[in-house]
Every structure is written in structure tokens, then in C-alpha cells.
Write a protein that binds this ligand. Structure first.
Ligand SMILES: *[C@@H]1O[C@H](CO)[C@@H](O)[C@H](O)[C@H]1NC(C)=O
Ligand SMILES: *[C@@H]1O[C@H](CO)[C@@H](O)[C@H](O)[C@H]1NC(C)=O
Ligand SMILES: *[C@@H]1O[C@H](CO)[C@@H](O)[C@H](O)[C@H]1NC(C)=O
Ligand SMILES: *[C@@H]1O[C@H](CO)[C@@H](O)[C@H](O)[C@H]1NC(C)=O
Ligand SMILES: *[C@@H]1O[C@H](CO)[C@@H](O)[C@H](O)[C@H]1NC(C)=O
Ligand SMILES: *[C@@H]1O[C@H](CO)[C@@H](O)[C@H](O)[C@H]1NC(C)=O
Ligand SMILES: *[C@@H]1O[C@H](CO)[C@@H](O)[C@H](O)[C@H]1NC(C)=O
Ligand SMILES: *[C@@H]1O[C@H](CO)[C@@H](O)[C@H](O)[C@H]1NC(C)=O
Length: 498
């Protein structure tokens, strides 16, 4: 019984409703189209193939900001999960097709069953969910011809690895509303080794691709996935708002170049929680554009919540603020963080030429094991996009609050380096106990061009952070950010076959 039909095969039909009369079909259809908490029963089918598939009437339940009425499997579009066949065309055809539903009935879902799905880059659409089965692996192709080259980001002026363009990310979306990438801990595998080798050999023609990049979008959920061996950064939302990231495991060798975990960049209202990240660069790097390009674009990252993060990053930071911070970073709240064998906890990275600001930063509940620097601020990061940067563009760093932390086996408690003539001010550190390593460096703190206060901090901080009597709490904001109230619903997807 066909509900909607496309001029090309395959056809849309109501799989479950065969044999029902027209009236009840219409009632059911109206029900499905009217509600938001709908079952994914209106399925997409390839009539030529579905008889060959094992038919399992399994339901998946998952949490999402929007449920979808329409669904299809990548196998409906000729997808082959053998790890060898390219599925680039299948993905793009499937998504282009599902995009025709728009927001009707809440939009559409593309299901990726168990298998190894080799693919090049593909583009997402609005009101759309990409759902990966727990044994589904998206394998990023190593064939450079499958990667379109796109323009540099306007707030960066050039690619991060090379001047000029950059390879598009594996999963790319731009100018979207309501887009979800989720699964029962399914995997996206970047096969990054080849890219890392090319990077080290200096033979890249363009900047390496990321695994997921979403630009100019609002209403983004990325959840319950494992990301492995990205060629470069893993998750990069940019120029976007209302972003909910939960339950992401990110794994990359600790020596792999620039494999940052999650990089919110010129984004407003973002929540990142319950993530486990082991990587060769910062676990979370908060950004907002690079020198004169970022200043001109002028779009800050603000209203960011990070909580329940576990990070292992021996050569980098658990949470980096910068170094590209030229559009500004404001109102970041991080709590319940565990750091293991990492270079630094929270690190501010900036320099002359960046401009912009880092202000109203609040961090509490941080446990650190084996760290080089518990606290690190760097005012001479350098690294300019070109020689057009403005030496009078100095960054403003103020109101930085750290409290309720315990660290052990730390080489140096704090290395806080502001900028001469541009001190970093309003630093507040309270209720922090740092256990020093046997090999600890003296002095335990070294502060230059910074000002602030401390209370109840061991070992005793530098003179630039004098203790305040009666204790200053370095207060964490009480009122919630809008993204903390984001509502997720219980959605159901009915797998007609797997
Ligand atoms: C992620 O999975 C967990 C269970 O493993 C579930 O409780 C949670 O709601 C899921 N979150 C999202 C946003 O998918
Ligand atoms: C995806 O979008 C980018 C940027 O809009 C574009 O350059 C690229 O060609 C698109 N890819 C496909 C397969 O349509
Ligand atoms: C996407 O949005 C940006 C910012 O609003 C705009 O400049 C750009 O033209 C849009 N691109 C497309 C393809 O609509
Ligand atoms: C997801 O898979 C990764 C990699 O296998 C594993 O380390 C992690 O514990 C899994 N997460 C959940 C919630 O099952
Ligand atoms: C880079 O470009 C050159 C010249 O266009 C080409 O010969 C070479 O194969 C490219 N390198 C890679 C790694 O694609
Ligand atoms: C000090 O920090 C610890 C966690 O490290 C926390 O359990 C305790 O409640 C904090 N004390 C105060 C007075 O806030
Ligand atoms: C302490 O840190 C050093 C590196 O600085 C490491 O080699 C050692 O194993 C750590 N000890 C413990 C007990 O974690
Ligand atoms: C403290 O840091 C400053 C600035 O980086 C550096 O010049 C100085 O040598 C350091 N002092 C010590 C004693 O390590």
C-alpha cells in the first residue's frame, strides 16, 4: 500500500499497515504526522531487494531533541557494508531523497545497520537523524579524490594545515536546522594514519578533513557514538547555536597530530557532557577564529557547558581556551572533570595579534592524576595565519575562576604567563589541593603579568594571587544556561530488517 511515491525507485509505503482499510490508514497516518513522539513506521523500501533481507521487527529506542516520522536504511539505496565498496553515493542519494520530507512529521531518519560502510564525505540535511547501529562502522575513505575541497573558514582566512582551501569533513552540514547524529555507540572511523603521515611528510595539498563539521546551523545533537582515528579534529561545530553533545567516546593515538576531541568554534549555547576522550591534542578546544580574520568576523563562543568529561591527553590540555580566540570566549562553565596523564588542566592560549577576549570562565570539581601543569596560561602562543596580523590587537583575559580541585603527581602547580602591558586579571583559585610529583620543579608556581586572588590553595600560590581572608569562593553561576533545559524525547525506530 503506497503512501508516497517517488518517480524513481525505491518507493515509499506504509510497511506495517498492509491489509488495513483506507480509513484506518488515514487515521494512523494523521496520527503519525501530527505527533512529535512518533514511531518510525513509515519506512522507505526498495521493493526489489527487501525480500532478500532478514525481516526482524525490532524497535530501537533512543533519546533525541526530535523524533522522525520517516525512515530508510542505507541498504535501500544500494549501500553495501563490506568494508570495500564505496557508499559515498548511497549516503548522498539517501539523504538527498529523505530531505524531500522536510519537517513533515518531524522529518526523517537514515539508519545504518551493522557492517563496515566505507564512504567519502556526504552532506546532511535539516530535520534529519543519522542513526548508527552499535555494530555499524563508518569508514572514512583514504582516497583524496572523494574529498571535495571547500573554502577556508572566514574567521580563519586559510586552512589550518595549509594556506588556501581545505578538505570537507567526513560528515558535513551547513545552514541546517534540527540535525542529529546518534546511535547505540556505533563507530565513525577516520582511518587517520595516512593523513598523519602526509602531514608529517609535508605533502598535504590542503588542510586535513575533520570527522564531523556543522556550520551555520541551529538545533544540533551529536550523541552516543565512538569516533576513532580522525585525520585531524573530531567534532567541529562552527557559527552555530543550540548544540547538545552527549556520550561521545573519542579515541586517537596520543602522538597523532591535531586530533582534538570537540572544538566548539564561534558557537552559542552548547552543552557537552558524558564524554571520554583520549587524543593527541586538546580534549576540548574552545575557539572563535584566528587573528585579523577572527577579529573581523567577530563571533564569540559563549554560553558553553562542559560536564562529566574524562580526558587523557599527555601532550595537550583537557580544556583549551584558544589559541584561536579572536572572536572572544565568554561564559564557559565546566564541572565534574577527570584528567589522567595530561599536560595541563584548563589552559588559556593566546598572544599579541589575536585580539578578542577570554572572560567569565568558571571551572569546578576537577580531579587530576599525573599532570605537567595543573594551571597554565600562555600569553605568547604565536602561530599566526600570515604576516597581516595586527601587533596592537591584544587579547583581554579576565574573570577566570577555578575551585574545588584535587590533583596528584603534578610537575608544576601553575605556570601563568600574561602579556607585558596586558595583564590577565580577575584570576580566582579556591579550595584546590595539588600533590606535587617527586620530580616536581621549583618554583611550584610561576606567575608573570597576572593578577587575582586565592583561598585555601596548596601549595601556596605565587604572590600575584594573594590569599583573601574569609575565603573567596570563585563563585560558579547559579542560574542555568538555556541549553541545560533542552528537552529530549524517547523516540522509536522500527527496523524492518537489519
Ligand atoms: C545515550 O545512551 C544512554 C544509554 O546508553 C542513554 O541513557 C542516553 O539517553 C543517550 N543519550 C542520547 C542523547 O542519545
Ligand atoms: C556538500 O556541501 C559542500 C558545501 O556546500 C559542497 O561543496 C559539496 O559539493 C557538497 N557535497 C555534495 C556531495 O553535494
Ligand atoms: C549559510 O548561512 C550563511 C550565514 O548566514 C550565509 O552567509 C550563507 O550564504 C548561507 N549559505 C547557504 C548555502 O545558504
Ligand atoms: C562505546 O564503545 C567504546 C569503544 O568500543 C567503549 O570504549 C565505550 O565504553 C562504549 N560506550 C558505551 C556507553 O557503551
Ligand atoms: C598534490 O598536488 C600535486 C600537484 O597538483 C599532485 O601531483 C600530488 O599528487 C598532490 N598530492 C597529494 C597528496 O594528493
Ligand atoms: C572543596 O573541594 C572538594 C572537592 O575537591 C569538595 O568536595 C568540597 O566540598 C569543597 N569544599 C568547599 C568548602 O566548597
Ligand atoms: C607520576 O608522574 C610521572 C611522570 O611525571 C610518571 O612517570 C609516574 O608514573 C607517575 N606516578 C604515579 C604514581 O602515577
Ligand atoms: C617564570 O616564567 C617567566 C616567563 O615565562 C620566565 O621568564 C622565568 O624564567 C620563569 N622563572 C622561573 C624561576 O622558572
Amino acid at each position: 500500500m503506497e503512501l508516497l511515491k517517488n518517480p524513481h525507485k525505491p518507493h515509499i509505503f506504509i510497511y506495517d499497515l498492509q491489509g488495513m482499510n483506507l480509513k484506518s490508514v488515514l487515521i494512523v497516518v494523521l496520527f503519525f504526522l501530527s505527533g512529535t513522539n512518533v514511531y518510525g513506521r513509515i519506512s522507505y523500501h526498495n521493493l526489489h531487494h527487501h525480500h532478500h533481507h532478514k525481516h526482524i521487527n525490532g524497535y530501537f529506542q533512543y533519546s533525541a531533541i526530535s523524533c522522525r516520522a520517516y525512515s530508510a536504511s542505507i541498504t535501500d539505496f544500494g549501500g553495501v557494508g563490506d568494508g570495500v565498496t564505496s557508499n559515498t553515493k548511497a549516503f548522498q542519494t539517501a539523504i538527498d531523497h529523505l530531505s524531500k520530507f522536510g519537517s513533515k512529521g518531524g522529518g526523517s531518519l537514515l539508519y545504518v545497520p551493522a557492517g563496515r560502510w566505507l564512504t567519502g564525505s556526504f552532506n546532511l540535511t535539516s530535520h534529519f537523524t543519522l542513526f548508527l547501529h552499535q555494530d555499524a562502522v563508518l569508514l572514512a575513505t583514504q582516497d583524496e579524490n572523494e574529498w571535495a575541497v571547500i573554502d577556508p573558514l572566514p574567521s580563519y582566512g586559510r586552512g589550518r594545515d595549509t594556506a588556501g582551501g581545505r578538505y570537507i569533513s567526513l560528515i558535513f552540514g551547513t545552514n541546517l536546522t534540527d540535525v542529529i547524529i546518534t546511535g547505540n555507540n556505533g563507530t565513525i572511523h577516520g582511518q587517520g594514519q595516512l593523513w598523519w603521515d602526509k602531514f608529517h611528510q609535508g605533502v598535504l595539498n590542503y588542510t586535513r578533513p575533520y570527522l564531523i563539521e556543522i556550520m551555520y546551523s541551529t538545533g544540533i545533537q551529536i550523541s552516543n557514538l565512538t569516533l576513532i582515528d580522525s585525520p585531524s579534529w573530531n567534532v567541529h561545530p562552527i557559527y552555530s547555536s543550540n548544540i547538545f553533545i552527549q556520550g561521545i567516546t573519542i579515541l586517537a593515538p596520543i602522538r597523532s597530530p591535531n586530533t582534538d576531541g570537540i572544538n566548539p568554534d564561534s558557537c552559542t549555547n552548547t552543552r557537552i557532557e558524558d564524554c571520554y576522550i583520549v587524543s593527541g591534542d586538546d580534549c576540548i578546544a574552545v575557539k572563535s577564529g584566528w587573528d585579523e580574520y577572527g577579529i573581523a568576523y567577530g563571533m564569540p563562543t559563549q554560553q558553553l557547558v562542559i560536564r562529566r568529561l574524562t580526558c587523557i591527553s599527555p601532550t595537550s590540555a583537557v580544556i583549551a581556551l584558544g589559541s584561536e580566540m579572536s572572536g572572544g570566549i565568554q561564559d564557559v562553565r565546566a564541572e565534574d572533570i577527570v584528567a589522567i596523564n595530561s599536560e595541563s588542566g584548563v589552559r588559556i592560549k593566546t598572544g599579541v595579534g589575536r585580539g578578542g577576549f577570554v572572560k567569565d570562565i568558571y571551572v569546578k570539581g576537577f580531579t587530576m592524576h599525573t599532570m605537567r601543569w595543573a594551571f597554565w596560561m600562555t600569553g605568547n602562543y604565536g602561530s599566526h595565519p600570515d604576516d597581516k596580523w595586527d601587533p596592537s590587537a591584544i587579547p583581554i583575559i579576565q574573570n577566570i575562576n577555578y575551585r574545588d580541585m584535587v590533583a596528584e603527581n603534578v610537575t608544576m602547580a601553575g605556570r601563568l604567563e600574561g602579556i607585558s602591558g596586558d595583564p590577565f586579571t580577575g584570576i580566582c583559585i579556591s579550595n584546590v589541593t595539588i600533590g606535587m610529583a617527586q620530580s616536581a620543579k621549583k618554583p611550584t608556581w610561576n606567575c608573570t603579568n597576572v593578577a587575582g586572588v586565592s583561598s585555601d590553595v596548596t601549595p601556596q600560590p605565587c604572590a600575584a594571587l594573594p590569599p583573601v581572608q574569609g575565603g573567596k569562593a570563585c563563585d560558579f553561576p547559579q542560574e542555568k544556561l538555556p541549553i541545560e533545559d533542552v528537552k529530549v524525547q524517547n523516540c522509536f525506530y522500527k527496523a524492518n530488517y537489519m
